[in-house]
Ligand binder design. Structure first.
Ligand code: ADP
Ligand code: MG
Ligand code: MG
Length: 250
């Protein structure tokens, strides 16, 4: 079943058109990679799907589970199961990661019409999930992302993803600023969340990440459009030949 359908999407930022008619379909259970040079509009697409303000959709459609996503507030989108892991996670000094997670998770459960977790249930759940992701308990006591290394920030994003149990995960350049060990740990966390009911969109500039998170479908974006789609071998082809070949197609 199609989980996400983006149809001929046109988006403007500050009067300038950034996405010029982008079409993309992601089915349940699939992992898609979106690759493309800097400035091709990858982050813009992920922000528009998540409902970040400042983007004007001038044409086209986004359906999520058959419903009009663009009609929903960012919170409604999250409650419906859309999760975006940011390229640059924000720091929230003074708010312990554990408390942040609990507030966010319970708000989301409430919006879904589910009951809030009791304190013991929440602690049990967080311990379970953080253990499986190799996240030390003392990291959860620190302020959200404050003084976290690149790898810790990504693991914190993966932890949120695991707790929220979204049906669509969008990972925007999760590899930026990570060394190989951190990348492998974060990728293992993402792989552990692959499931027949969940889809993932992995945005990356480099092929390297796709050695760890192996996609079912690879798309190339250039200048605000998807200009080519294929299997996982397309990523290797790109690594060898670069993006320049697509400049004309866009
Ligand atoms: P990518 O993630 O592929 O590197 P982006 O979506 O970040 O690309 O950017 C696509 C284009 O949109 C770039 O030319 C960028 O300068 C422009 N852009 C993105 N966000 C803004 C913004 N807030 N204001 C003005 N221009 C923007
Ligand atoms: Mg960029
Ligand atoms: Mg980007």
């Amino acid at each position: 079943m199609a989980l996400l359908e983006v149809k001929d999407l046109k988006v403007r930022v500050e009067e300038r058109e950034i996405l010029h008619g982008l079409t993309l379909t992601v089915n349940e259970g699939e992992v898609h990679a979106i690759m493309g040079p800097n400035g091709s509009g990858k982050s813009t697409l992920s922000h528009v799907i998540a409902g970040k303000p400042g983007y004007e959709v001038t044409d086209g459609q986004i359906l999520f589970k058959g419903e009009d996503l663009l009609e929903m507030s960012p919170d409604e989108r999250a409650a419906k199961g859309v999760f975006l892991a940011f390229q640059y996670p924000v720091e929230i000094p003074g708010v312990a990661t554990m408390n942040f997670l609990r507030t966010a998770l319970n708000a989301q459960r409430k919006a879904r019409g589910e009951s809030e977790y009791s304190t013991p249930d929440f602690l049990k759940k967080v311990r379970e999930v953080s253990k499986s992701l190799n996240i030390p308990q003392d990291m959860l006591k620190r302020g959200v992302n404050v003084g976290f290394s690149g790898g810790e920030k990504k693991r914190n994003e993966v932890l949120q993803m695991a707790l929220f149990e979204p049906s669509l995960c969008i990972l925007d350049e999760m590899d930026s600023g990570l060394d190989i060990d951190a990348l492998r740990i974060a990728a293992d966390g993402v792989n552990a969340l692959r499931s027949p009911k969940r889809a993932m969109v992995v945005i990356t500039h480099y092929q390297r990440l796709l050695n760890y998170i192996v996609p079912d479908v690879v798309h190339v974006m250039s200048k605000g459009r998807v200009v080519k789609s294929g299997g996982k071998e397309l990523a290797l082809e790109l690594e060898a030949s670069g993006y320049a070949q697509f400049e004309d197609a866009a």
